[in-house]
Design a protein around this ligand. Sequence first.
Ligand code: CP3
Length: 362
Amino acid sequence: MGTHFPMTRPINDTLLRALLRQPTDTTPVWIMRQAGRYLPEYNQTRARAGSFLALCRNPNLATEVTLQPLARFPLDAAILFSDILVLPDAMGLGLYFVEGEGPKFERPLREEWEIRDLSAPDPDNHLRYVLDAVAQIRRALDNQVPLIGFSGSPFTLACYMIEGEASRDFRWVKSMLYGRPDLLHRILEVNTQAVTRYLRAQIESGAQAIMLFDTWGGILSSPAYREFSLAYMQRVLQELPREWDGHIVPRIVFTKGGGLWLEAIADCGCDAVGVDWTVELDSAKQRIGHRVALQGNLDPGVLLSNPDTVVREVARTLAAFGPGHGHVFNLGHGITQWTPPENVAALVSAVHRESRRYHNPG
Ligand code: CP3
């Protein structure tokens, strides 16, 4: 068979095993935004690239920064270095970053004709640089640890596409949701097709697990969450291949602020549910741990303290999940740029050391 990658599992496959609730000796750990501004070597590479977007668009440099946190810490996974907003950028919205203000779009969706004109991009063409980065990162990893691919959820992408930037009140999204739900559904239809094609292309290029980031699902009412966010993530997962190259491709769904809806999320076709720090892992495990794995959930703020405190909070988080498999250690949201790297070193070694006791049989 002329497959691109050998049908081997990574040497360290604890992440893939934990996501499928299979036995492991330790709890695997990776960190949302593990490649980023808290690392001086990241800031250097970004300066060489010229900007964050130039870094995302250069597969060599994207590979370099993807590997940087793995060179420092014995993490159990790599995550593609990119951004969720490169997908709407490929849809023609014109992504740019203003220093200190975060992402913005030149052409947010405001007019009905703009929404009617929207269409899902062909990733092989418009997102070639991401797929090239995925393939190159896989080669560079040489099966040491698995590579996670990702996308924003259809709803979270729609939030940025409609608001044109990060928002506090989501004024445009909410007025469309209640005033013209047909238009929001139209955007979500297109996004669902776009996300599905994009994730499938990442899998075909070498991503071994995938994650949906639903950063803004938590701003919705319970019925609106089901209708405008969860239903579309479920459709994405239905359409994705379950296996690639002879291996299951596990799926993680993370709705920030989704603690109220864990049962519904666990039913959407995912293998693992990401939880933020407002949820207790013992109760989350009781509610959905018999069906899916859990990923999380240390408050990123803990990493602003000191190594002793980090170790204590890691031990507390592991104890909350307790004995048994199916826990992937992570933060409850992305690491902040103010994190001292030595606190990350303390976190990773504490997870590996302190988690052994929970995996011993008997
Ligand atoms: O986890 C990783 O290491 C992979 C890389 C990754 C980035 N963004 C790199 C990045 C991932 C998975 C994302 C996802 C992402 N991007 C999300 C979903 C997860 C979340 O955090 O809720 C969202 C909402 C975005 C949109 C986005 N991109 C924002 C709001 C910002 C600004 C954040 C800030 O702190 O200023 C970005 C920029 C961004 N994406 C950076 C990085 C490393 C910092 C950019 C820089 O170097 O200047």
